[in-house]
Every structure is written in C-alpha cells, then in structure tokens.
Design a protein around this ligand. Structure first.
Ligand code: SAM
Length: 357
C-alpha cells in the first residue's frame, strides 16, 4: 500500500496564502500590460499627484476604466493613493521599471506576454489532450511584443556589450563583412547594426512576412541600403561559405528542426566565420533551474509558445528551457568545434554563445 504523507496544517495555510499572492500577481500582470499599452504609466510618470479624472484626461482615456485600473495599481502597491485628496501618484522608483523613458528594464513590456498566452489557452488545452502544437499565426501581437522586448534586452546592449564579446568583431564590421541574421523577426538588431556599420552588408531571414515587413519599413525610414530581408524557412536554406558572421537572437530553441538549422548556419559560414547565438540562459536539467529568478515564467512561455510553435510544424519542441548542456551538444553536432558561452551583467535572461567551426 502507498504510504500517504502526513497533512501539515501550517504548511497548508502558508501555501494557501502563497496562492492568494499568485492570484493577485496574475491579475496585476494583466493590468500592468494594459497600463503599458494604454500609455497610463507614461502619463502618470509625467504627472504630480492627480485625480482619476485628471489622469484619464491627460491620457485621453475613459475615466471609469482608469479609476478601476488605478484600484488594481493601488492595492497592488504600484501607485500611491491619498484617500483625502483622492489623488494618485507613481513614484520615480516604480516608474523606472514601468515606463518607456525608464531604465532599459521596462518590466511592463514583458508582462504583455501573459495576456498574449491567455489568448491561446483553449488551443493549448487541446494540445494537452491530443498532442501537436499551436502555430505562430495564432499568437496575435507576438511580433510586436517580441520587437519591443528585443529592443530592451538585445538591442540596448548590442553595440556596447554583445558584439565586443568577440575580440576584433567590431573592427571587422567597421571594415566591411557579410552578415546574416537567422529568425530576425522585426529586424531591430539588424537595423541597429546596419546603421552603425555602413561598410558591411546585412541580410535577415524569417518565416514571418509580417515581421520582415516591419524590419523593411524601419530600414527604409533610416535610408539603409546595406540591409535586406528575405522571407525564408531556414530549415531549407543554406548559402555555401558566404557569411563572415551569422547571428541568431532568441531564434534557435523554437525551431522545428534546430539541428538542421545549426548545420545550415555552419555550412553558410566562411571557414573563419563566426556564429553568434543569443539564447535563453538555463540548464537542460530542471533541478538546476531552481535558482533562476524567472524560471517559472520561462517554462510557461515555453509550454505556451516556444515549444508549441515548434510542435505545430511537426518539430522537436525543444522549448525555451532547452538549456546550455543541450545547446552545446547540438552546436557540436552541427560542426561547431569551438564554443564559448558568455553572460552579461545587466542580463538575467540570456546567454551568448560565440561559435566557430
Ligand atoms: C523568438 S522570435 C525572435 C525574433 C528576433 N530575432 C528577435 O530577437 O526579436 C523567433 C523568430 O524566429 C522565426 N522563425 C522560427 N522558425 C523559423 C524558420 N524555420 N525559418 C525562419 N525563421 C524562423 C520566427 O518567425 C520568429 O520571428
């Protein structure tokens, strides 16, 4: 007979309290996302203590909705409330992490992923029963949110921290080299690189027409003639020894066939070429991710996005948390003999792999 664990009342009560916090946190996530999209945080940042009507007018929004949103923000300890004056204020310390003009760590950007995932809950539930996956097209706003996220994680540190990880790379980019970005999405990183390194030629490949259109619009607005985009499934693409540098920002773990893509990248690089892969920091072993402060979020986004979009194409479903051990194995199998992994001090989310044949 199976021995049942004894029931510990204190542990149970503590867990119930924790679940209440989880419930409030989930609710707050939705409302922070709305605060970002509606511009309410940005409006509050610019205002002294103000009533809900003044805030609604300044943000050009409906007062009744703004007041209810403020109710969440006050009880969630994000906005301060003066009950006598009936005024609300966002302190600068909180504004720094919730507004567009804050630090590069605008947490409100990432919060948008939660309502996006909520939109596909029924489809994901269906996959729990029947297997398979939910395709990219089902995730409304994915490319917009991803571009915003890319701006503050990768693009913000690209020129100053990421490219200098490989000695001599910036100098080579200045002289002029051939660069491809795989799974380039809306091409934010490409646009910054092409703008900075006018002697180099850049090309971005992505499955999504919508994403590369966004990239093209930005490149045209900047008048860049050293940047182009191609709608291309990189599982079935390679260019023989053409590129000096290939980058993949957050774009390998959700591939249908990651090994084929890595092999294609390897074949497309010149003999001395470099593959720079930014991917999610983590271990392939669950127990080693317990100290990762955002592991719960990452496993969630994996299950409800990165893993499922791969499975939807009949792919492997590696998932966001494929981890460094598995990444190193796949890179070696794809022909990368020398791989060094870097972390950046400002970045809790990513690892940077510098790979050579
Ligand atoms: C997580 S997003 C990252 C986008 C971009 N690199 C960034 O950092 O914002 C992954 C991108 O890979 C693209 N992608 C996935 N599988 C692909 C494939 N087989 N060929 C080309 N692009 C692919 C998706 O359309 C998506 O834009």
């Amino acid at each position: 007979m199976t021995k049942l664990l004894a029931f510990n009342e204190i542990k149970a009560e503590a867990f119930a309290d924790r679940l209440i916090n989880v419930l409030n946190g989930g609710a707050l996530t939705l409302m922070i996302s709305l605060g970002h999209r509606s511009g309410l945080f940005d409006t509050l940042r610019e205002m002294p203590a103000a009533t809900s009507l003044e805030i609604a007018q300044a943000a050009n929004l409906d007062e009744r909705y703004v007041r209810e949103w403020l109710g969440t923000m006050v009880t969630g300890n994000i906005v301060d409330y003066d009950s006598e004056e009936e005024t609300y204020v966002l302190c600068p310390e909180h504004a720094a992490f919730l507004t567009r003009k804050g630090s590069p760590d605008n947490f409100a950007v990432v919060m948008q992923f939660i309502p996006m995932l909520g939109q596909v809950e029924d489809d994901i539930l269906n996959c729990f029963h029947k297997g398979g996956g939910v395709p990219y097209e089902k995730f409304e706003r994915f490319h917009d949110i991803m571009a915003e996220e890319s701006d503050q994680t990768v693009v913000a540190g690209l020129l100053e921290y990421i490219l200098p990880l490989k000695t001599g790379l910036v100098e080579n980019l200045e002289k002029g080299i051939q660069v491809a970005d795989i799974g380039c999405g809306s091409g934010r990183a490409l646009n910054v690189m092409a703008n900075r390194f006018s002697n180099s030629e850049f090309i971005g490949f992505d499955l999504s027409e919508e994403a590369i259109h966004n990239g093209q619009v930005q490149a045209q607005a900047k008048g860049l003639n050293n940047l182009s985009f191609e709608q291309q499934d990189v599982t079935h693409w390679h260019a023989n020894e053409t590129f000096d540098l290939i980058t993949a920002f957050d774009a390998i773990h959700d591939q249908a066939d990651p090994l084929a893509v890595l092999k294609n990248i390897n074949r497309s690089l010149k003999p001395n070429g470099l593959f720079l892969m930014q991917d999610i920091h983590g271990s392939s072993h669950l127990e080693k991710n317990m100290e990762n402060p955002i592991a719960t979020f990452l496993y969630t986004i994996s299950c409800m996005h990165c893993m499922t979009v791969s499975l939807a194409q009949g792919g492997e479903g590696l998932g966001t948390m494929w981890g460094e051990e598995q990444a190193r194995d796949l890179l070696a199998e794809a022909g990368f003999g020398k791989v060094t992994v870097h972390r950046l001090p400002h970045d809790i989310q990513n690892s940077y792999y510098i790979c050579k044949k």
